[in-house]
Ligand binder design. Structure first.
Ligand SMILES: [Zn+2]
Length: 374
Protein backbone atom coordinates (compact mmCIF):
# COMPACT_ATOMS: atom_id res chain seq x y z
CA UNK A 1 0.00 0.00 0.00
CA UNK A 2 1.08 3.50 -0.77
CA UNK A 3 1.75 5.79 2.13
CA UNK A 4 3.64 9.03 2.46
CA UNK A 5 6.37 8.06 4.90
CA UNK A 6 8.64 10.37 6.84
CA UNK A 7 11.36 9.45 4.35
CA UNK A 8 9.10 10.53 1.43
CA UNK A 9 8.53 13.84 3.17
CA UNK A 10 12.25 14.31 3.77
CA UNK A 11 13.05 13.39 0.19
CA UNK A 12 10.52 15.90 -1.11
CA UNK A 13 12.04 18.54 1.14
CA UNK A 14 15.58 17.67 0.12
CA UNK A 15 14.57 17.72 -3.55
CA UNK A 16 13.27 21.26 -3.13
CA UNK A 17 16.43 22.43 -1.40
CA UNK A 18 19.01 20.83 -3.64
CA UNK A 19 17.98 22.36 -6.94
CA UNK A 20 21.36 22.21 -8.66
CA UNK A 21 21.99 18.63 -7.66
CA UNK A 22 18.58 17.45 -8.75
CA UNK A 23 18.96 19.15 -12.15
CA UNK A 24 22.28 17.35 -12.58
CA UNK A 25 20.61 14.04 -11.72
CA UNK A 26 17.79 14.60 -14.16
CA UNK A 27 20.16 15.18 -17.05
CA UNK A 28 22.52 12.24 -16.91
CA UNK A 29 24.65 11.30 -19.85
CA UNK A 30 22.83 8.71 -21.97
CA UNK A 31 24.14 5.21 -21.45
CA UNK A 32 22.96 2.05 -23.17
CA UNK A 33 23.04 -1.26 -21.28
CA UNK A 34 25.97 -3.32 -22.51
CA UNK A 35 25.52 -6.58 -24.40
CA UNK A 36 21.74 -6.61 -23.95
CA UNK A 37 19.12 -7.46 -26.52
CA UNK A 38 17.46 -4.20 -27.48
CA UNK A 39 20.57 -2.20 -26.58
CA UNK A 40 20.61 1.12 -28.35
CA UNK A 41 16.82 1.40 -28.39
CA UNK A 42 15.52 4.64 -27.01
CA UNK A 43 13.07 4.26 -24.13
CA UNK A 44 9.63 5.57 -25.03
CA UNK A 45 8.56 8.81 -23.37
CA UNK A 46 6.49 8.24 -20.22
CA UNK A 47 3.19 9.26 -21.77
CA UNK A 48 3.80 7.43 -25.02
CA UNK A 49 3.93 3.86 -23.75
CA UNK A 50 0.73 2.09 -22.68
CA UNK A 51 1.12 1.02 -19.06
CA UNK A 52 -0.81 -1.48 -16.92
CA UNK A 53 -0.63 -1.26 -13.15
CA UNK A 54 -1.77 -4.77 -12.34
CA UNK A 55 -1.85 -4.21 -8.58
CA UNK A 56 -4.20 -1.43 -7.57
CA UNK A 57 -6.83 -1.04 -4.82
CA UNK A 58 -9.12 1.84 -5.80
CA UNK A 59 -12.53 1.68 -4.16
CA UNK A 60 -14.17 4.99 -4.91
CA UNK A 61 -15.25 6.66 -8.13
CA UNK A 62 -12.70 9.48 -8.44
CA UNK A 63 -13.07 11.23 -11.84
CA UNK A 64 -9.80 13.11 -11.24
CA UNK A 65 -8.01 9.78 -10.79
CA UNK A 66 -9.54 8.46 -14.01
CA UNK A 67 -8.31 11.63 -15.74
CA UNK A 68 -4.81 11.16 -14.34
CA UNK A 69 -4.71 7.54 -15.55
CA UNK A 70 -5.89 8.53 -19.04
CA UNK A 71 -3.45 11.44 -19.23
CA UNK A 72 -0.57 9.11 -18.34
CA UNK A 73 -1.68 6.24 -20.59
CA UNK A 74 -2.23 3.94 -17.59
CA UNK A 75 -4.76 1.16 -17.02
CA UNK A 76 -5.16 -0.79 -13.80
CA UNK A 77 -6.23 -4.12 -12.41
CA UNK A 78 -8.21 -3.24 -9.33
CA UNK A 79 -7.83 -5.92 -6.69
CA UNK A 80 -10.43 -7.01 -4.17
CA UNK A 81 -8.68 -7.91 -0.95
CA UNK A 82 -9.09 -9.61 1.47
CA UNK A 83 -11.21 -12.62 2.32
CA UNK A 84 -11.25 -12.22 6.09
CA UNK A 85 -12.13 -8.59 6.86
CA UNK A 86 -15.90 -8.88 6.44
CA UNK A 87 -16.10 -6.47 3.46
CA UNK A 88 -16.20 -9.05 0.68
CA UNK A 89 -19.57 -7.97 -0.79
CA UNK A 90 -18.84 -4.25 -0.46
CA UNK A 91 -15.44 -4.34 -2.17
CA UNK A 92 -16.76 -6.47 -5.06
CA UNK A 93 -19.78 -4.21 -5.55
CA UNK A 94 -17.53 -1.14 -5.82
CA UNK A 95 -15.03 -2.90 -8.10
CA UNK A 96 -17.84 -4.09 -10.40
CA UNK A 97 -19.35 -0.57 -10.53
CA UNK A 98 -15.99 1.01 -11.37
CA UNK A 99 -15.27 -1.59 -14.02
CA UNK A 100 -18.73 -0.98 -15.53
CA UNK A 101 -18.21 2.78 -15.61
CA UNK A 102 -14.56 2.75 -16.76
CA UNK A 103 -14.00 -0.64 -18.43
CA UNK A 104 -10.74 0.54 -19.99
CA UNK A 105 -9.29 1.77 -16.67
CA UNK A 106 -10.48 -0.47 -13.85
CA UNK A 107 -10.48 -4.14 -14.79
CA UNK A 108 -10.74 -6.07 -11.54
CA UNK A 109 -9.54 -9.18 -9.73
CA UNK A 110 -11.94 -10.90 -7.35
CA UNK A 111 -11.15 -12.71 -4.15
CA UNK A 112 -12.99 -15.25 -2.03
CA UNK A 113 -14.22 -15.80 1.50
CA UNK A 114 -11.90 -17.43 4.01
CA UNK A 115 -14.03 -17.08 7.12
CA UNK A 116 -16.16 -20.16 6.40
CA UNK A 117 -13.32 -22.42 5.32
CA UNK A 118 -14.06 -24.99 8.00
CA UNK A 119 -17.73 -25.31 7.07
CA UNK A 120 -19.12 -28.11 4.88
CA UNK A 121 -19.49 -27.29 1.17
CA UNK A 122 -16.86 -24.54 1.35
CA UNK A 123 -14.99 -25.29 -1.87
CA UNK A 124 -18.15 -25.57 -3.98
CA UNK A 125 -19.42 -22.28 -2.53
CA UNK A 126 -16.13 -20.54 -3.39
CA UNK A 127 -16.20 -21.84 -6.97
CA UNK A 128 -19.80 -20.62 -7.41
CA UNK A 129 -18.85 -17.23 -5.93
CA UNK A 130 -15.85 -16.90 -8.23
CA UNK A 131 -17.91 -17.85 -11.27
CA UNK A 132 -20.31 -15.05 -10.28
CA UNK A 133 -17.41 -12.59 -10.16
CA UNK A 134 -16.18 -13.75 -13.58
CA UNK A 135 -19.69 -13.23 -14.95
CA UNK A 136 -19.47 -9.70 -13.60
CA UNK A 137 -16.16 -9.10 -15.34
CA UNK A 138 -13.38 -10.27 -12.96
CA UNK A 139 -10.26 -11.06 -15.01
CA UNK A 140 -8.22 -12.72 -12.24
CA UNK A 141 -8.43 -13.84 -8.60
CA UNK A 142 -6.32 -12.76 -5.66
CA UNK A 143 -5.13 -14.90 -2.78
CA UNK A 144 -3.57 -13.06 0.15
CA UNK A 145 -1.08 -13.72 2.92
CA UNK A 146 -3.85 -14.54 5.38
CA UNK A 147 -3.62 -18.01 3.80
CA UNK A 148 -0.49 -19.22 5.57
CA UNK A 149 -0.46 -16.68 8.38
CA UNK A 150 -4.00 -16.19 9.70
CA UNK A 151 -6.55 -18.78 8.65
CA UNK A 152 -6.59 -21.87 10.89
CA UNK A 153 -7.98 -25.37 10.86
CA UNK A 154 -10.17 -26.58 13.74
CA UNK A 155 -7.07 -28.18 15.31
CA UNK A 156 -5.35 -24.77 15.45
CA UNK A 157 -2.90 -25.46 12.61
CA UNK A 158 -2.50 -22.82 9.90
CA UNK A 159 -3.78 -23.55 6.42
CA UNK A 160 -0.85 -23.42 4.02
CA UNK A 161 -1.65 -22.27 0.47
CA UNK A 162 -1.06 -25.75 -1.00
CA UNK A 163 -3.60 -27.34 1.33
CA UNK A 164 -5.72 -29.84 -0.65
CA UNK A 165 -8.84 -27.84 0.21
CA UNK A 166 -7.73 -25.22 -2.34
CA UNK A 167 -6.94 -27.67 -5.15
CA UNK A 168 -10.42 -27.67 -6.74
CA UNK A 169 -10.35 -23.84 -6.64
CA UNK A 170 -6.94 -23.64 -8.36
CA UNK A 171 -8.04 -26.27 -10.89
CA UNK A 172 -11.17 -24.26 -11.59
CA UNK A 173 -9.17 -21.05 -12.13
CA UNK A 174 -6.93 -22.92 -14.55
CA UNK A 175 -9.96 -24.29 -16.40
CA UNK A 176 -11.53 -20.82 -16.63
CA UNK A 177 -8.22 -19.29 -17.78
CA UNK A 178 -8.15 -16.86 -14.84
CA UNK A 179 -4.71 -16.07 -13.37
CA UNK A 180 -4.14 -16.34 -9.63
CA UNK A 181 -2.46 -13.26 -8.22
CA UNK A 182 -0.73 -14.69 -5.17
CA UNK A 183 0.47 -12.51 -2.35
CA UNK A 184 1.73 -15.35 -0.19
CA UNK A 185 4.15 -15.01 2.72
CA UNK A 186 5.67 -11.62 3.45
CA UNK A 187 9.04 -10.02 2.82
CA UNK A 188 11.69 -11.97 4.68
CA UNK A 189 12.05 -8.88 6.90
CA UNK A 190 8.85 -9.97 8.66
CA UNK A 191 10.74 -12.90 10.19
CA UNK A 192 13.86 -10.89 11.11
CA UNK A 193 14.54 -8.33 13.85
CA UNK A 194 13.41 -4.79 12.99
CA UNK A 195 16.12 -3.13 10.92
CA UNK A 196 16.01 0.63 10.28
CA UNK A 197 17.86 0.09 7.00
CA UNK A 198 15.23 -2.29 5.62
CA UNK A 199 12.73 -0.94 3.08
CA UNK A 200 10.09 -2.62 5.26
CA UNK A 201 11.07 -1.06 8.58
CA UNK A 202 8.23 1.47 8.53
CA UNK A 203 5.59 -1.17 7.73
CA UNK A 204 6.65 -3.63 10.42
CA UNK A 205 7.14 -0.89 13.01
CA UNK A 206 3.57 0.23 12.43
CA UNK A 207 2.04 -3.24 11.81
CA UNK A 208 3.43 -5.35 14.64
CA UNK A 209 0.72 -7.95 13.97
CA UNK A 210 2.58 -8.88 10.77
CA UNK A 211 6.05 -8.75 12.31
CA UNK A 212 6.71 -12.41 13.04
CA UNK A 213 10.19 -12.31 14.50
CA UNK A 214 10.29 -14.24 17.76
CA UNK A 215 6.87 -15.80 17.11
CA UNK A 216 7.67 -19.45 16.37
CA UNK A 217 4.01 -20.41 16.28
CA UNK A 218 3.79 -18.97 12.74
CA UNK A 219 4.88 -20.93 9.67
CA UNK A 220 8.30 -19.91 8.40
CA UNK A 221 8.90 -17.88 5.24
CA UNK A 222 10.51 -20.97 3.67
CA UNK A 223 7.49 -23.16 4.50
CA UNK A 224 5.05 -20.76 2.83
CA UNK A 225 7.27 -20.27 -0.23
CA UNK A 226 7.62 -24.06 -0.54
CA UNK A 227 3.83 -24.37 -0.38
CA UNK A 228 3.49 -21.72 -3.12
CA UNK A 229 6.00 -23.66 -5.25
CA UNK A 230 3.97 -26.79 -4.63
CA UNK A 231 0.88 -25.09 -6.12
CA UNK A 232 2.92 -24.37 -9.27
CA UNK A 233 3.89 -28.04 -9.45
CA UNK A 234 0.42 -29.40 -8.78
CA UNK A 235 -1.32 -27.02 -11.21
CA UNK A 236 0.88 -26.53 -14.26
CA UNK A 237 -2.07 -25.14 -16.25
CA UNK A 238 -2.68 -22.39 -13.67
CA UNK A 239 -1.11 -19.02 -14.45
CA UNK A 240 0.25 -17.77 -11.14
CA UNK A 241 1.52 -14.23 -10.73
CA UNK A 242 3.61 -13.88 -7.59
CA UNK A 243 2.72 -10.49 -6.14
CA UNK A 244 5.50 -8.38 -4.62
CA UNK A 245 8.33 -10.23 -6.42
CA UNK A 246 6.89 -13.49 -5.15
CA UNK A 247 8.01 -12.54 -1.60
CA UNK A 248 11.61 -13.27 -2.68
CA UNK A 249 12.61 -9.60 -2.84
CA UNK A 250 16.08 -10.05 -1.32
CA UNK A 251 17.15 -12.97 -3.49
CA UNK A 252 17.06 -12.41 -7.25
CA UNK A 253 18.72 -15.80 -7.84
CA UNK A 254 15.87 -17.53 -6.02
CA UNK A 255 13.39 -15.68 -8.26
CA UNK A 256 15.32 -16.69 -11.39
CA UNK A 257 15.48 -20.33 -10.26
CA UNK A 258 11.71 -20.45 -9.93
CA UNK A 259 11.05 -18.65 -13.22
CA UNK A 260 13.31 -21.25 -14.79
CA UNK A 261 11.71 -24.22 -13.05
CA UNK A 262 8.03 -23.24 -13.33
CA UNK A 263 6.82 -22.01 -16.73
CA UNK A 264 3.50 -21.01 -15.11
CA UNK A 265 5.20 -18.68 -12.60
CA UNK A 266 5.41 -14.94 -13.16
CA UNK A 267 6.09 -12.05 -10.83
CA UNK A 268 5.05 -8.45 -10.40
CA UNK A 269 6.92 -5.71 -8.60
CA UNK A 270 4.13 -3.92 -6.69
CA UNK A 271 5.42 -2.18 -3.56
CA UNK A 272 8.81 -3.80 -4.17
CA UNK A 273 10.45 -1.48 -6.68
CA UNK A 274 12.09 -0.05 -3.60
CA UNK A 275 13.54 -3.50 -2.87
CA UNK A 276 14.88 -3.73 -6.41
CA UNK A 277 16.72 -0.44 -5.91
CA UNK A 278 18.65 -2.09 -3.05
CA UNK A 279 20.22 -4.61 -5.45
CA UNK A 280 23.01 -3.86 -7.90
CA UNK A 281 21.29 -2.43 -10.97
CA UNK A 282 23.29 -4.73 -13.26
CA UNK A 283 21.82 -7.73 -11.52
CA UNK A 284 18.25 -6.42 -11.64
CA UNK A 285 18.67 -5.55 -15.30
CA UNK A 286 19.98 -9.05 -16.00
CA UNK A 287 16.83 -10.56 -14.47
CA UNK A 288 14.61 -8.45 -16.71
CA UNK A 289 16.73 -9.27 -19.78
CA UNK A 290 16.69 -12.98 -19.05
CA UNK A 291 12.95 -13.22 -18.27
CA UNK A 292 11.35 -10.31 -20.13
CA UNK A 293 8.07 -12.20 -20.62
CA UNK A 294 7.58 -13.03 -16.94
CA UNK A 295 7.73 -9.75 -15.01
CA UNK A 296 4.79 -7.34 -14.77
CA UNK A 297 4.45 -3.82 -13.45
CA UNK A 298 2.36 -2.95 -10.40
CA UNK A 299 2.40 -0.28 -7.70
CA UNK A 300 -0.03 -1.30 -4.91
CA UNK A 301 -1.65 2.06 -4.27
CA UNK A 302 -4.62 1.71 -1.93
CA UNK A 303 -7.71 3.92 -1.67
CA UNK A 304 -10.30 2.11 0.42
CA UNK A 305 -12.74 4.56 2.04
CA UNK A 306 -15.01 1.66 3.04
CA UNK A 307 -12.46 0.82 5.73
CA UNK A 308 -12.72 4.28 7.32
CA UNK A 309 -15.08 5.59 9.98
CA UNK A 310 -15.47 8.94 8.20
CA UNK A 311 -15.44 9.63 4.44
CA UNK A 312 -12.20 11.13 3.12
CA UNK A 313 -11.95 14.85 2.41
CA UNK A 314 -11.44 16.27 -1.08
CA UNK A 315 -7.97 17.41 -0.02
CA UNK A 316 -7.11 13.81 0.93
CA UNK A 317 -8.42 12.57 -2.40
CA UNK A 318 -6.35 15.09 -4.33
CA UNK A 319 -3.25 14.32 -2.28
CA UNK A 320 -3.69 10.61 -2.97
CA UNK A 321 -3.98 11.14 -6.73
CA UNK A 322 -0.94 13.41 -6.72
CA UNK A 323 1.15 10.87 -4.80
CA UNK A 324 0.08 8.09 -7.13
CA UNK A 325 1.02 10.20 -10.16
CA UNK A 326 4.43 10.95 -8.62
CA UNK A 327 5.03 7.28 -7.77
CA UNK A 328 4.18 6.14 -11.29
CA UNK A 329 6.60 8.67 -12.73
CA UNK A 330 9.35 7.83 -10.26
CA UNK A 331 9.05 4.13 -11.08
CA UNK A 332 9.15 4.79 -14.81
CA UNK A 333 12.26 6.89 -14.35
CA UNK A 334 13.92 3.99 -12.52
CA UNK A 335 12.99 1.32 -15.08
CA UNK A 336 13.32 3.35 -18.29
CA UNK A 337 15.72 6.17 -17.49
CA UNK A 338 19.49 6.15 -17.57
CA UNK A 339 22.02 7.66 -15.19
CA UNK A 340 21.43 7.94 -11.47
CA UNK A 341 18.54 9.01 -9.28
CA UNK A 342 17.38 9.12 -5.68
CA UNK A 343 14.65 6.54 -5.14
CA UNK A 344 12.97 7.24 -1.79
CA UNK A 345 16.19 8.82 -0.62
CA UNK A 346 18.37 5.95 -1.81
CA UNK A 347 20.93 6.60 -4.59
CA UNK A 348 20.47 4.19 -7.47
CA UNK A 349 21.57 3.65 -11.03
CA UNK A 350 18.51 3.58 -13.27
CA UNK A 351 17.88 0.35 -15.18
CA UNK A 352 17.75 1.82 -18.70
CA UNK A 353 15.67 -1.13 -19.93
CA UNK A 354 15.32 -1.18 -23.70
CA UNK A 355 11.98 -0.39 -25.31
CA UNK A 356 11.31 -4.04 -26.19
CA UNK A 357 11.58 -5.07 -22.53
CA UNK A 358 9.65 -2.05 -21.25
CA UNK A 359 6.77 -2.83 -23.60
CA UNK A 360 6.59 -6.38 -22.22
CA UNK A 361 6.92 -5.27 -18.60
CA UNK A 362 4.38 -2.45 -18.83
CA UNK A 363 1.78 -3.87 -21.20
CA UNK A 364 2.42 -6.96 -23.33
CA UNK A 365 2.81 -9.44 -20.46
CA UNK A 366 -0.32 -8.13 -18.77
CA UNK A 367 -2.27 -8.42 -22.01
CA UNK A 368 -1.00 -11.95 -22.66
CA UNK A 369 -1.60 -13.32 -19.17
CA UNK A 370 -4.73 -11.39 -18.20
CA UNK A 371 -7.70 -10.90 -20.52
CA UNK A 372 -8.17 -7.17 -20.03
CA UNK A 373 -11.34 -5.72 -21.53
CA UNK A 374 -10.93 -3.54 -24.59
ZN1 LIG B 1 -2.01 -4.89 -2.50
Amino acid sequence: MLRLTRRDALTTLAGGMAGTLSIACRNPSPRAPAANPGAGETAPAYGEILKFDIHSHVFEDLPALADMLRRNNFRTMNICNNGTDGHLETMHRIAIDLCGKYPDLFAFASTFDLTRINQPGYTGDVIRWLDGTFKNGAVATKIWKDVGLTVKKPDGMYFLPDDPIFDPIYAHLAKRGKPLLAHLAEPIAAWLPLDPKSPHHHYYSTHPEWHLYGKPEYPSHAAIIAARDHILEKHPALTLIGAHLGSLETDLDAIAQRLQRYPNFNIECAARTRDLTRHRSEKVRALFMRYPDRILYGLDGAWQPYLRDKPPTDAERQAYIKRLDQRYRQDYDYYAGSGTMQYDGWPVEKLALPRTVLEKFYNQNARRLIAFPG
